[in-house]
Design a protein around this ligand. Structure first.
Ligand code: NAG
Length: 408
């Protein structure tokens, strides 16, 4: 099984990087002397290294998972007094809060928000290295990994939101999610509608909700293998992956190959990617996931529906009282302002058709199309152009809700 997963991982990298159409300047990647090491880095260290205050807050979910959130409570660049409205940022699949930090203080959304006087909170979903503890289970036990993003929406997100609102004495917060981060918000707002009034603005970047028309080749090639995996940690102990990276990545013939790690589901290296951020991405990714997370996405792709995990007829009947899982009631989603959806044509996971299906189910939504043709699924967080193309528009939406005038 372990061997199969290693083969899968390496194949994945090969597919992602096999066609070096995009000429990446990987001199950056190897560093000055061509000396390349996978150093570990943490979100807290990154925030601190840029001179921002940082706090770690620990939350316990209803089902016993212990999650760490990072907080940037203020910024030396914020010149306003008064209450800072909280903003929660939620990462995507195989990713972690660190993904929002690797592009640095000038263009990283958490820093930009702190500079504009927001109280920034970064969530870490169960399973990732900051959130791999449990009151009763150990991450080395398979039982720890019996979750998908359904549980992240039902348990992790409400626990984090409740904690933030109580710590800040606020009634509601702003939400920004990437990919699976958006999935979890849709689960929460549809299944626990009382949370709608705690969300001032919902900013969804590349929301993975309806998946039927995903053209992603990785999904097609590995779908059946992944669906056959039992519920456990997808990568196994990450040490093995990191060891492989250490061995292979310094060799020039593997440099494009190694780039695959940062694509997190894009099909090929993005030409818009911030290459300087690559060592930091490597030092923080991939994040651990349960096999059930990609399995659940693959089920959505097959069914064309947005619904809870399909356990097979027998268990479905027990759990849902019907042979197939019921749809998530998306008609319940109605935060305090229209849902903001950001998408692009270059995204092979989140297609235009599926976004239109999502919008048709929502009460009120605003669609933002990224006009750059090549803008991929991960460009929302790793591109050289995020500052202007995506982060400024998001801050504008948030500012507008707070009756603040944006700087631009
Ligand atoms: C790219 O990432 C690096 C490393 O964090 C950062 O210093 C730089 O400002 C980023 N560039 C852009 C254009 O976002």
């Amino acid at each position: 099984m372990l061997l199969m997963k290693l083969v899968f991982f390496i194949d994945w990298l090969l597919i992602v990087c096999g066609k070096p159409k995009a000429k990446l300047g990987f001199q950056n990647f190897t560093g000055r002397g061509g000396d390349y090491r996978v150093k570990m880095m943490t979100g807290v260290k990154m925030i601190d290294s840029h001179g921002y205050p940082v706090e770690t807050h620990t939350v316990r979910t209803g089902d016993g998972y212990i999650l760490d959130m990072f907080r940037i409570p203020s910024s030396h660049n914020c010149k306003e007094d008064g209450v800072k409205p909280p903003v929660l940022l939620q990462h995507g699949l195989i990713s972690v809060a660190d993904c929002f930090l690797v592009t640095g203080p000038k263009s990283g959304l958490p820093f930009m928000l702190a500079d504009r006087c927001y109280d920034v909170w970064l969530g870490n979903s169960r399973g990732v290295r900051y959130s791999n503890r449990h009151t009763k289970l150990k991450a080395s036990q398979n039982a720890f990994w019996h979750f998908s993003w359904h549980e992240m929406g039902m348990e992790d997100l409400p626990a984090m939101i409740d904690y933030i609102l109580s710590a800040t004495q606020q009634e509601a917060l702003h939400f920004v999610g990437h990919s699976q981060g958006c999935t979890t918000l849709m689960v929460l707002l549809s299944m626990k509608p009382e949370y709608n009034r705690r969300i001032k603005t919902a900013n969804l970047m590349a929301p993975a909700v309806f998946m039927e028309h995903a053209t992603n080749k990785l999904m097609k090639m590995f779908g059946s293998i992944i669906l056959d995996m039992k519920d456990e940690s997808f990568f196994g102990p990450l040490g093995i992956i990191r060891f492989l990276l250490r061995v292979f990545c310094p060799k020039s013939q593997f440099k494009d190959f190694c780039a695959g790690l940062f694509m997190l589901g894009s099909e090929e290296p993005s030409t818009l990617m911030n290459l300087t951020a690559i060592p930091l991405i490597l030092a923080t990714h991939p994040a651990s996931i349960s096999t059930r997370q990609p399995k659940h996405f693959l089920q959505l792709r097959k069914s064309g529906k947005f619904r809870p995990y399909d356990f097979g007829v027998k268990r479905n009947k027990n759990l849902y009282n019907q042979p197939e899982p019921p749809d998530y009631p998306l008609e319940n989603v109605s935060p305090l302002s229209p849902v903001q959806i950001y998408r692009s044509n270059g995204d092979s996971l989140v297609s235009r058709k599926d976004i239109h299906t999502l919008i048709s189910k929502l009460d009120k939504a605003v669609l933002h199309n990224v006009r750059l043709k090549k803008w991929s699924h991960t460009d929302f967080i790793f591109s050289n152009l995020i500052e202007k193309v995506i982060n400024e528009p998001i801050i504008k939406v948030i500012d507008l809700f707070e009756n603040k005038t944006s700087r631009e």
